[in-house]
Ligand binder design. Structure first.
Ligand code: PLP
Length: 427
C-alpha cells in the first residue's frame, strides 16, 4: 500500500512496542492502520497522507479550545524564550495554583504534577497517609491512569480482594483495591458497612469517560459523599477528564458535590503535560515538605506547560464558553441519534458539557455491564466508515468523545451528514 501512515506504522513497530507510545493509539480495538498525525488546527487534524479529518478525540480531552489555538501557542513561545525548566519555583505556578483554587471551591491547596496518572497516584498515597488506612474503592470501567493500585479489576465477590488487570502488578498491591459497580450505591453501602474502618479513599470519575460516557445516576455521587463522611474516608473525584470539560467547575460544580480531593489533567495543560491534585487544606498539608507523605517531580510545574495551561483556562473563562461547547456536543449527539433512527439502526448518544458518548445499543448505558452489551462490531464498522469520510472518532467503543470551541455548527452538521450515509449502509 502506498500510504505514509502504513509505512510509518511498519517502521514504528520495529522500535516502539506496538508502534505507539500509548496502547489505544494502535487501533487494536477497531483494527486497521493508525493515522500518524502531522499537524492540527482548530477542529481538524491532518494525517501523514495529507488527509484531513474533523477531530472528535481532541488529544483525548486537552484540546478544548481547538488545536493550536493562537493564544496558547503564543503563551508557550513566550515562556520557552525565557527558559524551559528550572527546577525552582516560578511565579507562574503560583498564578496557576491561585486560579485553580479560585475556580474550584473544594480546592484549598493544589500541587502540580506532569500527568493524570501522577495526580491520581499521589492523591491515593495522600489519602492513605492521611487516614492511616490501606484499602481503596474504585469502580469497574473507570480509568485513573496506570499506577499499580489502580490497575485492578473486581475479585470474585463483593468483599473479595481485587485482581491485577495488568501484568506486573503484584497481587499483594491489588488486594488493597476493592472494585465495585459504577452507579451501584447499595454495593458501596454494603462494603462500607463491612469494612468501613479499613477504607482510606473512594476514587471515582464523577462522569465516567473511560467506558464510553456513563453519567452518574441521581444520588450516586451524593451517596458516596455521605458514606465517605460517615466512615472517615477521603472522597477523590478524578476530574482528569471532566475538570473544566463538563463545565466551569467540572463535574463537582455540575452535580454540586464537594469532594475532599480532586485530580486534574488534560484541559489544565492546554495540550502540554500538566496534572494536579488538590483539595482540603488539612489533607494537602500532609504532603512533603509540610507533612510525611512524599511526592515530587523534576518537571512539575514546568513553566512552558503551565503557560499553556493558564492560556487554555483563560480562554474557557470567556463569557458563554461552556454554553456554546455544550450546545455543540448536544447538537452532535442529537443529530447522530436522529440519523440512526431514520436509518433504523439501534443506536443512542449522550452528552455532558463538551463530552459525548455514542453507543450501538437502544438505550444510553448506565453501567459497565450496559456498555459491554453494546454492539462493538457495528461500532467498528461505523468508526472506519466515518474515518474514511474524514471524521475522526476515538478508535474504541469504550471511549468518550470530545468537541472543542472550534467545532462550529458547520463541522457538526458535516459529521452528522456523513453519519447519515454511514448508518444507512450499516442497517
Ligand atoms: N484519570 C482519568 C479520568 C483519565 O481519563 C486519565 C487518562 O485518560 C487519567 C486519569 C490518566 O491521565 P494521564 O494519561 O495523563 O496519565
Amino acid at each position: 500500500m502506498n500510504s505514509r501512515n502504513e509505512a510509518l506504522f511498519q517502521r514504528a513497530q520495529r522500535t516502539i512496542p506496538g508502534g505507539v507510545n500509548s496502547p489505544v493509539r494502535a487501533f487494536r480495538s477497531v483494527g486497521g492502520t493508525p493515522r500518524f498525525i502531522e499537524r492540527a488546527e482548530g477542529a481538524r487534524v491532518w494525517d501523514a497522507d495529507g488527509k484531513v479529518y474533523i477531530d472528535y478525540v481532541g488529544s483525548w480531552g486537552p484540546a478544548i479550545t481547538g488545536h493550536a489555538h493562537p493564544a496558547i501557542v503564543e503563551a508557550v513561545r513566550e515562556a520557552a524564550l525565557k527558559g524551559l525548566s528550572f527546577g525552582a519555583p516560578t511565579a507562574s505556578e503560583v498564578d496557576m495554583a491561585e486560579l485553580i483554587c479560585e475556580l474550584l471551591p473544594s480546592v484549598d491547596m493544589v500541587r502540580l504534577v506532569s500527568s493524570g496518572t501522577e495526580a491520581t497516584m499521589s492523591a491515593i498515597r495522600l489519602a492513605r497517609g492521611h487516614t492511616g488506612r490501606d484499602a481503596i474503592i474504585k469502580f469497574e470501567g473507570c480509568y485513573h491512569g496506570h499506577a499499580d493500585s489502580l490497575l485492578v479489576k473486581a475479585g470474585s465477590g463483593l468483599l473479595t480482594f481485587g485482581n491485577p488487570s495488568s501484568g506486573g502488578v503484584p497481587a499483594d498491591f491489588a488486594k488493597h483495591t476493592i472494585v465495585l459497580d459504577y452507579n451501584d450505591l447499595d454495593q458501596a453501602e454494603a462494603v462500607f458497612k463491612a469494612r468501613g474502618d479499613e477504607i482510606a479513599a473512594v476514587i471515582v470519575e464523577p462522569v465516567a469517560g473511560n467506558m464510553n460516557l456513563v453519567k452518574p445516576r441521581a444520588g450516586f455521587l451524593e451517596g458516596l459523599r455521605r458514606l465517605c463522611t460517615q466512615y472517615g474516608a477521603v472522597l477523590i473525584f478524578d476530574e482528569v477528564m471532566t475538570g473544566f470539560r463538563v463545565g466551569p467547575q467540572g463535574a463537582q460544580g455540575l452535580y454540586c458535590i464537594t469532594p475532599d480531593l480532586t485530580t486534574l489533567g488534560k484541559v489544565i495543560g492546554g495540550g502540554m503535560p500538566v496534572g494536579a491534585f488538590g483539595g482540603r487544606r488539612d489533607i494537602m498539608e500532609k504532603i512533603a515538605p509540610l507533612g510525611p507523605v512524599y511526592q515530587a517531580g523534576t518537571l512539575s510545574g514546568s513553566p512552558v506547560a503551565v503557560a499553556a495551561g493558564m492560556a487554555s483556562l483563560r480562554l474557557t473563562r470567556e463569557a458563554g464558553f461552556y454554553d456554546a461547547l455544550a450546545a455543540r456536543a448536544a447538537r452532535l449527539a442529537d443529530g447522530l441519534s436522529a440519523a440512526a433512527r431514520e436509518a433504523g439502526v439501534s443506536f443512542s448518544a449522550d452528552a455532558v458539557g463538551g463530552m459525548f458518548g455514542v453507543y450501538f445499543s437502544a438505550g444510553v448505558p448506565a453501567s459497565f455491564a450496559d456498555v459491554m452489551a453494546s454492539d462493538r462490531e457495528r461500532f467498528n464498522r461505523f468508526f472506519h466508515a466515518m474515518l474514511e469520510a474524514g471524521h475522526y472518532f476515538a478508535p474504541s467503543a469504550f471511549e468518550a468523545g470530545f468537541v472543542s470551541a472550534a467545532h462550529g455548527e458547520a463541522e457538526i452538521d458535516a459529521t452528522v451528514a456523513a453519519a447519515r450515509a454511514v448508518f444507512a449502509a450499516l442497517r
